[in-house]
Design a protein around this ligand. Sequence first.
Ligand code: SF4
Length: 373
Amino acid sequence: MEKEILTDGAQNPKTDACPGQNLYGMSQVELENVAGECQAEPFHGRQIFQWMYSRRVYDISQMTDLSLELRDRLRQNYFSRSLTVSEKKISSDRTEKLLFSLDDGAQIETVLIPDRNSTTLCVSSQAGCPLACKFCATGTMDLKRNLTAGEIVGQALSLRDLHGDNAFSNIVFMGMGEPLLNYQNLIGAIEILTSPTGLNVSPRRITVSTAGITPKIKRLSESGLRVNLALSLHAASQQKRLEIMPVAKTFPLEKLISEVKNYALAVKRRITFEYVLLDGFNDTPGDIRDLAKLAAGVDCKVNLLSYNPVPGLGFRRPADEKVDWFARELSARGTLVTVRRSRGRDIEAACGQLAARRRNGSQLKSIPTESRL
Ligand code: SF4
């Protein structure tokens, strides 16, 4: 199990579906090398970087400050192509969900969530997910493959193509998949997202959400990227966590929390604990005590969400009064608490819903829901 879930990058798509190699998703250094291969100077690679990620021009022939000769050389071995939107839904609360079809037929979801003072873009990092959390739609789909850096960045670029440079203010890696199991491509994508000549998003506005891949949290803290970290906690004791999140067997809670604490200290950012309330399972007075105790040792806030029931998975949504009571009691014990209400429920905005329906066919009426939205 451990060996299996520590593998990242192994399931990247074959690139032989198209002639040549896609420039889209390449880092600045990789593009400088491409320029070198085409007998051009490294700064031409930086120009291509800027065309694709800052100006959002993907057609090589339109990169007009490159010489015609260089554009011709590039086109002999490379192409540049963004993602294809296959379905789009807009909720009555303005939440917007896009389903992208990738070159190999894999489907991923991206959600845009406008709020009063900000707009959050929720991106996917894998097609499917290998972690099989017991309450989750995406977890029922298994892992199809990791997304490339280009496919991760492409979700943000597509939203800017649709709504302009101010399409979103924050990016959260809370869509389909476990981002820390696709570590290299996650890092590559964050570098492009944060580059001043790329999408120029501040790392303060990027949050990586993990189910708890302890060694990769350490690696992320050492990467120098200084992004925010959210932990999908959902239970404050090892025993309860094991019941709903198989990943807890490989990465037990005590060591995980210790690593999360180290992250907060190293990066100097408050951690978010995501906690989905499952009626009668993790919303008892004992859970409040355990959660308050665990949170007391970490610079953190607890983000409470109530569960959207999934037929067949055996968990229920608690009453709103119960959620409010849980939040009050937790807060009274000195924990910083926020309550996040569901968004876009009329458009299957919770992660995995739309892809699950596409996978199962349109006859599927009740869609499993995922925890993180
Ligand atoms: S909750 Fe997150 S980590 Fe767990 S199965 Fe779903 S997508 Fe994967």
